[in-house]
Design a protein around this ligand. Sequence first.
Ligand code: BV8
Ligand code: ZN
Length: 251
Amino acid sequence: MSGAGYDLALDQAAEALSAAKRVLVLSGAGISAESGVPTFREAQTGLWARYSPADLASPEAFAKDPERVWAWYHWRRSLIARGGPNAGHHALTEMANLKSLQIVTQNVDGLHQAAGSRRVAELHGNIWRERCSACDFHRLVPMAEAEGDGLVRCPDCGALLRPAIVWFGEMLPATALAAADEALAAADCVIVVGTSNQIYPAAALVDRAVAGRAPVVEINPEDTPVSRRVTHRLAAPASRALPALVAHLTT
Ligand code: BV8
Ligand code: ZN
């Protein structure tokens, strides 16, 4: 987006945001891209180039080759821990000091919470959470222990632990969906950041937002299926647009 076009869109988006009381943020992999965490759109890098996420992020893949799936998650954990939250995540923590803010994320990296965000509903689970495939054991692994490797077994019953993540073909957690519904109904401004809006039912929230009353601000360097239907489009990276929006709120 050219300078003048971007500045105008930013002013208008900031207007809508400053008039709002309850803000809903729908975030996707793009907000973590600048933390060095590859998005799903980008070809998988290096060792994983020959796999598509859907080949690894499914119960079938885990049943067939749990070692490979765990190796992929250990690799992603190390990237997340190395990159840490970026200016986009931190801007949302600041925005929550100025507005009632609910984040509903498709991301499993835990970087919103690492930046200090407290109201985060995780539609697809969390890569740092593990649960037993046979009993109800579960635990949260600290990001500092990212250097794990190999299979992870349940300390209670010895069965395999799996990442507490929603794989393709699996149901989304009812609690996160309920929080998303509530926030969507209450929001008087919606920010959609870093998602290509291709994965359902998460993408249905964006469809409902653009069909709703509240103004929708999209932050994404690329066009997406909803770009023509949002109220304000900021064609810029999250780490640039989100701090700029917060700066407008505080001046
Ligand atoms: C379900 C956890 C059914 C895993 C994820 C056919 C066959 C099988 C299933 C389906 C099918 N058709 C539809 C389905 C349903 C399927 C689906 O939607 N498939 C797609 C492929 C069509 N959905 C499911 O399977 C869901 N479950 O439907 O269950 C059911 C129903 C009833 C009862 C029982 C079962 C579960 C989906 C969840 C899958 N798990 N994650 C893991 O992470 O390992 S999905 C995963 O991919 C992410 O969580 C995320 O949701 C998604 C990636 O999307 P994005 O976040 O948008 O990221 P993407 O890379 O696509 O885009 C990045 C964007 O950022 C881009 O636009 C880019 O321009 C932008 N960007 C880049 N840099 C920046 C930036 N933006 C801002 N700043 C930057 N710097
Ligand atoms: Zn167990």
